[in-house]
Design a protein around this ligand. Structure first.
Ligand SMILES: Cc1cc2nc3c(=O)[nH]c(=O)nc-3n(C[C@H](O)[C@H](O)[C@H](O)COP(=O)(O)OP(=O)(O)OC[C@H]3O[C@@H](n4cnc5c(N)ncnc54)[C@H](O)[C@@H]3O)c2cc1C
Length: 376
């Protein structure tokens, strides 16, 4: 069974998240950039940040790198080798005025009419658009507005300042180029308008921490059990092709779906026979812990976790990465309470504390494969 997605309004979500920060008495520093690490006698004691107040140091007993790109870990020499063919970034945009039709997938939603993809496929090159593939969705409480994730900025590493700049500018240009295609050839020419561009390009994959363990696709699709499992998911392996258009999905039930490009038919097959595979997979804490006991007061969270290319294709989404953030926070607190390095946090205690905080930790203590064996 492939579940339908949950869709949110990102603009209203910003205000909801502010509320959560207030309710939990967190002291945030907005518009503040991490700039350098402070290491004294081999111990991480602070970070240098820059914001409107100038440059300052934040000193703490424990640190969680959640920069996506692993900026702090990179400065500490804790980044692993680059993934071959990392998933490319996308500039998202909200556009109004395109004709829609009833959704094939959701009774409560609409989809942009087929003309959109057909026009881009036929006339994109005239506006400097490479062959590509994209997706789009309605936005709750924004009637007529469609959120588009249509482009991929190939061969640009957004963890590097110069390439990030090029990706941002080319991403924005390509959004307007798509609209120009409709303005020249489409029936919605006089109607469409750009409502919003993402404030920051969406990076799917840049750097990964060199952690105590690299999650593999065999672990993931085989439902491997981990005693220190801290996140559970069922989202499929979802790989946006790095070298050109298209996307590949691999589901836990053995289904494989490939969409080679815009306006092309889905190719539905199997990557393995229907074996009644696991219903979900687990991510262990050790994928967030720096390797070889380096910096015991540091954890990674989010998309910079350690996973191979295919396993990362599944764990990279919000429902999974937000669990790693929760786990890193609770593990940091436990490490400080118990006076131990992150690697020595008691996994059972961690799971109990996470459960108390509302995390859904399965009753089977070890996770999906209670027998401890991979089912691939
Ligand atoms: C186009 C696109 C569409 C996606 N669609 C979906 C979807 O439909 N559903 C889903 O579940 N997931 C989706 N994902 C995946 C989802 O976005 C990721 O799971 C999530 O963003 C990862 O969160 P993160 O916090 O680890 O990294 P990021 O979202 O990259 O957040 C890192 C944060 O750190 C900040 N930062 C970076 N460097 C520094 C620094 N030096 N100092 C201070 N701050 C810094 C950044 O500004 C950013 O706010 C999508 C991703 C992309 C790119």
């Amino acid at each position: 069974m492939h579940l339908k997605p949950y869709i949110f309004n990102s603009e209203e979500l910003k205000i909801e998240l502010d509320e959560l920060v207030r309710e939990n008495r967190i002291e945030p520093y907005l518009h503040t950039f991490y700039a350098a690490a402070v290491v004294e006698d081999g111990r991480l004691t602070g970070i240098v940040v820059e914001n409107k107040s100038g440059r300052s140091a934040l000193l703490a007993g424990f640190f969680i790198d959640a920069t996506g790109d692993g900026d702090l870990c990179e400065d500490l020499g804790l980044i692993g080798p680059k993934t071959e063919d990392p998933q490319p970034p996308t500039t998202c945009a909200k556009i109004i005025g395109l004709s829609t039709r009833a959704s094939d997938e959701r009774p409560d939603a609409v989809e942009v009419s087929d003309e959109w993809e057909e026009l881009l496929r036929r006339h994109g090159a005239e506006f400097g658009l490479k062959p590509d593939w994209g997706w789009r969705t309605i936005v709750p409480n924004m009637p007529g507005v469609i959120m588009h994730a249509e482009n991929h900025l190939f061969d640009l590493d957004t963890s590097k300042g110069d390439q990030l700049t090029r990706a941002e500018m080319e991403g924005r240009r390509s959004v307007r180029a798509m609209m120009d295609v409709v303005r020249k050839y489409g029936k919605d020419a006089g109607k469409l308008a750009l409502v919003q561009l993402a404030s920051y390009i969406g990076a799917r994959e840049t750097n990964h921490i060199a952690a105590s363990y690299t999650l593999t696709v065999q672990d993931l699709l085989g439902g491997r059990a981990f005693p220190d499992a801290i996140a559970y998911g069922s989202y499929p392996v979802d790989i946006h092709h790095a070298g050109g258009s298209g996307i590949t999905y691999r589901y836990l039930d053995g289904t494989e779906v490939v969409i080679p490009g815009r306006g092309t038919r889905k190719q539905v097959g199997r990557w393995r026979a229907s074996t009644g595979g696991p219903a979900y997979y687990a991510v262990p804490l050790r994928c967030l812990v720096p390797a070889a006991g380096a910096y015991g007061n540091l954890l990674a969270a989010g998309r910079m976790l350690d996973a191979d290319r295919s396993a990362f294709g599944a764990v990279r989404v919000m429902v999974n990465t937000n669990q790693t953030g929760e786990a890193a926070g609770v593990a940091a607190w436990l490490a400080l309470q118990c006076g131990v390095p992150a690697a020595d946090v008691d996994p059972q205690r961690l799971k109990e504390e996470m459960t108390r905080g509302g995390s859904l930790i399965p009753a089977t203590p070890e996770g999906p494969g209670a027998d401890g064996k991979s089912r691939t």
